[in-house]
Design a protein around this ligand. Sequence first.
Ligand code: ARG
Length: 386
Amino acid sequence: MLSLRKVWLRPHLPTGAWHRSCSGGKLKPGVMAQLITGYKNLIVSDSKSLLKKHLTQEIFDKLKSKVTPTFHSSLLDCIQSGLCNVDSGVGIYAPDPEAYTVFADLFDPIIEDYHRGFKKTDKHPEPCFGSGKDFENLDPRNEFIVSTRVRCGRSVQCFPFNPCMTEFEYCELEGMISNALGCLRGQYSGSYMPLAGMQKETQEELINQHFLFKEGDRFLQAANASRFWPAGRGIYFNCDKNFLVWVNEEDHIRVISMEKGGDLGKVYDRMIGGVETLGKFLQFSHDKRLGFLTFCPTNLGTTIRASVHIKLPSLAADKAKLEAIASEHKLQVRGTRGEHTEAEGGIYDISNKRRMGLTEYEAVREMYEGIKALIEAERKLGSARK
Ligand code: ARG
């Protein structure tokens, strides 16, 4: 069992688990039938998800009746997003931190697959950010890179993940995080905007500028992660709008540094400074083996996603080559508006894929080397065509 259990349990507040699949520490009537039908449908589907790949009948049978001790989450709470959305790439979330241990027979192989070989016997290294000074501007002549972004995710101790949060807890957590944000100074000082009460036009504008998270993500909704929306959700901006913090979207906190162009070192350093300062005011959930804890297993460990919006017209015409170089450098290629979207005007969102089993510094370096290789390949192809 994860050793922080007593810290997560907050006896003075209800856990909010009543709306989900268990009561009194047991599956509610009908939940087992729902699991069995959902599993059967997944098996006959053409799903390419890691869930389908790793949820064997044997593991399913072993886990189907288990419940996490504190927040009473079941296998259904972990996998219902992947059962409802068979087009998921992954298909599983941890409804509470204990789920990573109780359902380890399923999480571990998925983690190993996604993070390229992080085995169940492996331990994630201690945090080590290093310095952005080692990363030169990836595109000093502004030929390819539209913008650069580095983000990390954090959960706050004593709070469960989305599916177990009550409306009260969302608002309480929002209060704690916005207080901490209010302590930021210098280049980080700015203001917090709650989503509740935000004008629709403002919200849409922020989404189009790639600042704000999208609303109505069906993967999160099916995971029970969008309850009480927009209560407790919001966004913080510094004055230059190059440092942002998302509150209570997929994770309690997402710390984001972004700007136009390819100056990765500068963007990375800004993110480090921000998350380190926030860590002085908030206690983050961290596990000895898994690193920083997040709702989705793809984000565990460093939680770092370093990305560029990049124009690669020649490689776009040779998608197989683009994918081959990306895979060789452990990069992930997404569409312009992030995951589950298409590239618009030949602009891709490309980032490091794995976040576990390496340090923060190494995760960013992996992306840095990979993007350099893509730009080199793009140049070669481009000049061969001329
Ligand atoms: N659950 C979704 C899927 O399996 C998203 C997985 C990773 N992305 C994320 N934002 N956590 O496709």
